[in-house]
Design a protein around this ligand. Sequence first.
Ligand code: AMO
Length: 470
Amino acid sequence: MSNAQWHPTNYRTHTLGQIQSEGSDLIGQEVTIAGFLHASRGKGAICFADLRDGTGMTQIFAKSDSLGEEKLSLLQSLNRESTIQATGTVAEKRPPKVKEGETPPPPAYEVLVSDLHVIASAEAPLPLGVTDTVSVGLDTRLDNRFLDLRRAHVNAMFRLRGKVLQYGREHLINEGFVETHTPKIVATATEGGTDLFPMQYFDTPAYLNQSPQLFKQLCMSGGLERVFEVGPAFRAEKHDTYRHLNEFISFDIECSWADDNDVMGVLERMIHHIWKSIAHDDECKSHINTINDYRATQDEEPIEVIVPELPFPRVEYDDAIRIIKEKGGKIEWGDDIDAENSDLLAEDLPQFYFLPRWPMDLKPFYIHQVEGETGSTGRQLSRGFDLNFGRDELTSGGQREHRIDILCENLKDMGLDPEEFEFYVAGFRHGVPPHAGWGLGVERILMKLTGASNVRETVLFPRDRKRVCP
Ligand code: AMO
């Protein structure tokens, strides 16, 4: 369980996890605990009930002579998932009988209840089961996400999500990056042209930002040198797939005095650190076990955290096109690599791999070209790259164009008006370091870690084409 410091609160002296982990020191002590009523059994003068909180589970034992008839029958009649607060003394649970030769389980602790309060009773029936393993449709689950979240494997997913961000941040801070925030209400597109959510900003039209791109680059012009940001990005794309959201969390970096290769290094080191830390963290291991217990009930393969070796393979765009063609895929140099063709690449590259050196035409205006080098067709190559895991793209990034004249040409070539981007272009007018960076889709990486087959599984309240509530 967690090594977090749990301080007593107004509602409880101990968490249920503490009752189990510190139980031997608590025997005979009075404690106040609180949680959801997970299950209850027993009629007449006694009742056993399992309480669940965010840290674990503990059985409470109530008898009419210590709790009183009225409160006992209240407990016995209470619906599952109601929240209660109980006060009583800690005792060791009677150990279960084990067969000869079997190792007995570690001791467990229960609370012999002397007082009880119902905080909020649950209505019945529940819109979806919390304890059973019956498969429920994703829409029903998302409509009732607060209850879905009470299911152990779903809860474990979001705890792992927090850990991925924690270890990601930890790594970048250790490499000298500083956490920043850039505006989400903006006046211009970032990734060029369409796919923006418009909004009214007082008397001015504005948009929800697609990416911190332009602002993180301005931080380089401002001498912040190495920045990262974890924040929402909004895309008004009409995709309805297992991997697209209209609001996702973009984990971005920008780094001065660096090229595409340098920031690929930062990315692979960060992912390596995340995977390694998760593989060694007891709390994460217990979340992975919880997810695997559920997967077993659904006949799904268990997930395993395999720490990737460094460096990740690098397959240049030119080579990727050749490989896809050799495998019979329909693609021409200059085409984007769609899902079907990514499947062909993923046959030999099932895990993390970089796809560097994309054609300049396929990359946004801010990407730097490769000087003096062209692809097999003689067309201009860029310093833009993707990071894939098997068939799915997790990250795009690259070295940025820091030369103002070429940047303005690129904007015009892509049908954009440099004047509309004046706030950004101005950042290149008074000295700027060469710089590079990337944006990683947090939900996409979570899918890979947890084996989720749909990106919506990894978001508390996903926003997609059909869903804006809850
Ligand atoms: P890009 O648009 O490729 O690059 O986005 C970066 C990463 O964000 C994730 N992503 C998405 N995740 C879920 N739903 C979506 N609709 C969605 N769109 C993107 C993907 C993707 O790889 N400014 C550049 C980054 C940079 O160069 O620094 C950018 O936004 O995992």
